[in-house]
Write a protein that binds this ligand. Sequence first.
Ligand code: A3P
Length: 308
Amino acid sequence: ECKDVDIEKGQLSEYHGFWIPTWSLEGVMASQKQFQARDTDILLVTPPKVGTTWLKAILFALVNRMHHPNLQEHPLLTNLPHALVPILEADMYNKKKVKDLSHASPRLLSTHMPYTLLPTSVKNSTCKIVYVYRNPKDTFVSLWHFMNRVHSTTVSLEEAFDKFCRGMSPFGPYWDHVLSCWKESIDKPARKMIFLKYEEMKEQPTTHLRRLAEFLDCPFSLEEEAKGTVNDILRLCSFDNLSNLEVNKNGRFRIPNHETTLFRQGIDHASFFRQGNTGDWVNYFTPHMTKRLDHIIEEKTYGTGFKF
Ligand code: A3P
């Protein structure tokens, strides 16, 4: 039961080993029960604050590039990326399909659910999973800013950090989110899954965009390469471009009929665009914080073959 107003700001509920924002728990369960995956689906799976918005833009631009050759009239210029790529647990909230998920394939969908919580239909399908992760320290800093902003709170860095380290972040523990997908990719190498790291995308965007296109079976043709399509997409989806668009500066993200105050009032689009850089954590972390988180990450990833 999560009938809104009573939900404390940023409240989390423990659910099968993960901390789910209480407002979205019902949506998580509804999508687990009802969502029917198609083998042609493309599912973006991310913990919050690792570059979801960016990847939504990139995936949308990439997959639909044939339909939107004119970049001056591209849907990304007038829509928040989140409005173009439905979120399973938010859009299926309370058993109401707010957004129509019956559109033509390939459907582009997203979720913050960790692998272990994904609907069985997703696990049983051969849909493609695009998984994004980010340096845990930058993820934390980004999250801290975001949570305080959308909930108009002033939770201190120390308090938020202590919770993050204890795994209590939305869809956390963060490392378990990443590792649950990683383990699946090791156990089932045939599973169609690509891992993208925010820092690597920032460093070598063209390489990773081409890699992503290959993975999605829509590689860039010689003609497109000659035309510069790779860079066109990256420019369109860049932080500078998206964050300066009218829609992203002044819009509010609402989910019609959503029963939570958060989505009825809406989240300002601008809160999804803060800095878009790597390494901002050095401006926030004390040596003690660095030591504590490094130790956790070392312990959790030990023997998994995964490195952040
Ligand atoms: P910072 O808070 O470090 O700036 P998510 O989309 O998963 O919520 O992640 C948000 C983070 O991605 C924020 O990081 C945000 O600024 C950054 N971001 C948003 N759009 C981006 C883009 N087009 N390119 C790079 N980073 C972007």
